[in-house]
Design a protein around this ligand. Structure first.
Ligand SMILES: NC(=O)c1ccc[n+]([C@@H]2O[C@H](COP(=O)([O-])OP(=O)(O)OC[C@H]3O[C@@H](n4cnc5c(N)ncnc54)[C@H](OP(=O)(O)O)[C@@H]3O)[C@@H](O)[C@H]2O)c1
Length: 282
């Protein structure tokens, strides 16, 4: 890929929570404000983003994608079909379309956009808003490694980006997509336990947040298996092993596995509902 296409002009369609995170990620990755357009339904919100980041609060979606080499779709999933209909006539050949919309299969984009359009589907998660996300990117039929490189560069400032096949996105949704809710559930439970044991809620919450954050950083930085790290703080007959035995006795591990399985099944159901109907049935 040449230097000129390293940071093609980008159009972010939808400037909500995720759209704003994408704008900041592009700027952090070296795109200049002049290289980024953002579209919004509400003019006030568009002006707000323009004022905050200096990016162009663009015109309708169809006009915004005209000059773009990279289009990032960040509208709600139910709005995606309308947006694709809007942009299909003006999308330049070869423009990469990256979408963070949950649950919409690549086939929906490929059916609505001009033949040969490269599409990359992303499953991000909410820690992306603070640069600590975990996103999986999956290529469509016409997306090459260079397109995946470009998507990765655009998302780099949101946190970890991994490449998967689209069939794995339901599992990714179950682990990292829904995962922040599991981790926050654990933090809340730890804080609640602290209150039960006499700590103030504020103190217990700060301790729980720092402990989960620190444990994740320890695992990430050492690369050691979580079991090894857990054993290091579990002295024989000590407090930690007594606590962990209760987690096992109460089936917490089985609960996490069941939660992920339920999220996976739901993701598959929603994906099947969003898939394009068989040919001739549209
Ligand atoms: N938030 C997350 O943590 C998260 C995580 C994973 C994936 N996602 C995905 O990210 C996408 C966006 O989610 P979000 O939470 O950022 O939603 P959001 O805050 O509601 O943002 C969507 C934005 O798109 C605007 N919009 C609606 N129709 C539009 C159109 N035709 N053209 C341009 N803009 C339009 C909306 O404006 P109005 O409000 O005026 O309608 C809104 O500002 C979703 O598809 C979601 O599945 C989000």
């Amino acid at each position: 890929m040449t230097q000129t296409t390293a940071r093609p002009h980008a159009a972010v369609l939808g400037g909500g929570v995720m759209g704003e995170a994408l704008v900041t990620a592009l700027l952090a990755a070296g795109w200049t404000a002049d290289d980024v357009d953002v579209t919004e339904r509400s003019a006030a919100r568009a002006m707000e983003l323009s004022g905050r980041y200096g990016v162009r609060a663009a015109d309708p979606n169809a006009k915004a994608v005209k000059g773009a080499g990279l289009v990032l779709i960040a509208v709600k999933p139910q709005v995606v079909p309308d947006v694709l209909t809007e942009i299909a006539p003006t999308l330049r050949p070869g423009t990469l379309v990256v979408s963070v919309a949950a649950g919409i299969p690549v086939a929906v984009y490929e059916a609505a956009l001009p033949e040969g359009t490269p599409v990359v589907r992303v499953m991000p998660n909410t820690p992306a808003l603070v640069g600590k996300g975990a996103s999986a990117i999956a290529p469509g039929t016409h997306a090459t490694d260079e397109h995946l490189d470009l998507a990765e560069r655009a998302l780099a400032a949101t946190g970890l980006v991994v490449r998967v096949a689209e069939r794995d996105l339901d599992a990714v949704t179950a682990i990292s997509g829904s995962g922040p809710a599991y981790a926050l559930y654990l933090i809340d439970a730890m804080a609640e336990a602290g209150v039960l044991l006499g700590l103030t809620r504020d103190l217990a919450t700060r301790l729980a947040v720092a402990t989960v954050e620190g444990s994740a950083a320890l695992a990430a930085q050492t690369g050691d298996h979580p079991v090894v790290l857990r054993e290091r703080v579990s002295s024989p007959g000590g407090t930690t092993v007594a606590g962990v035995a209760q987690l096992d006795a109460h089936g917490v591990r089985a609960g996490v596995v069941a939660a992920a399985r339920a999220a996976y099944d739901r993701s598959r159901e929603l994906g099947a509902a969003a898939a394009p109907s068989p040919r001739g049935d549209r």
